[in-house]
Design a protein around this ligand. Structure first.
Ligand code: 5GP
Length: 176
């Protein structure tokens, strides 16, 4: 598509598809007989969640949470606001937070603290990507698709100035 030549492919569509299928099967095994609610963090996780949930062969519930960080867009302040809350109760239910990428861990730390007071039965985290080199807050990640280097990535839900979330692969910005 137009403008796509600025990106270098990091993870191909086929690699992502294979890994997402594996993760779905793992989640299916782990949550058999439980009351699973998959919670996607908007907007980045929407593509991953929609593929992942179709490989989870259980009667799951799906919900979304909107978050926005204060401060400028290049640095995460860790001060996060809920812009769209869950539409269902998670009391006594098994929650799986689905994230696109964990970078500093600040967003997820906030989210896990917020969920804890809502008394779910359990909370686990599933992220497509993890950039461990930027960790500020160590948060337990239960399912990780790919561990990547410290690069700004785009596609498969992740944006480049609010665009290109619809790329079917994950790429990074090519250096001229
Ligand atoms: P954290 O709080 O872990 O630093 O940030 C998590 C959020 O920052 C992600 O949900 C995502 O919205 C954004 N983010 C972090 N790294 C990247 C990246 O490489 N590309 C894009 N598009 N967003 C990122």
């Amino acid at each position: 598509m137009e403008g796509e030549d600025r990106f270098e492919v990091l993870l191909t569509e086929a690699e992502i598809e294979r890994r997402v299928r594996e993760m779905g099967h793992e989640i299916t095994r782990d949550y058999e007989g439980r009351d699973l609610v998959m919670v996607g963090v908007l907007k980045g996780a929407c593509v991953f969640l929609s593929d992942l949930c179709r490989h989870v062969h259980l009667p799951v519930a799906i919900d979304f949470l909107g978050l926005s960080s204060y401060g400028d867009s290049t640095t995460t302040s860790g001060v996060v606001q809920i812009t769209q809350d869950l539409t269902q109760s998670i009391v006594d239910r098994d929650v799986l937070v689905v994230e696109d990428i964990v970078d500093t861990g600040l967003t997820l730390h906030f989210l896990l603290e917020n969920f804890r007071v809502r008394k779910p039965r359990s909370v686990r985290v599933c992220t497509l990507l993890h950039k461990p080199s930027n960790t500020v807050r160590d948060v337990p990640l239960d399912y990780v698709g790919f561990t990547i280097e410290n690069r700004f990535v785009v596609g498969y839900g992740l944006d480049y100035e609010q665009r290109f979330r619809n790329l079917p692969y994950v790429g990074y910005v090519r250096t001229p």
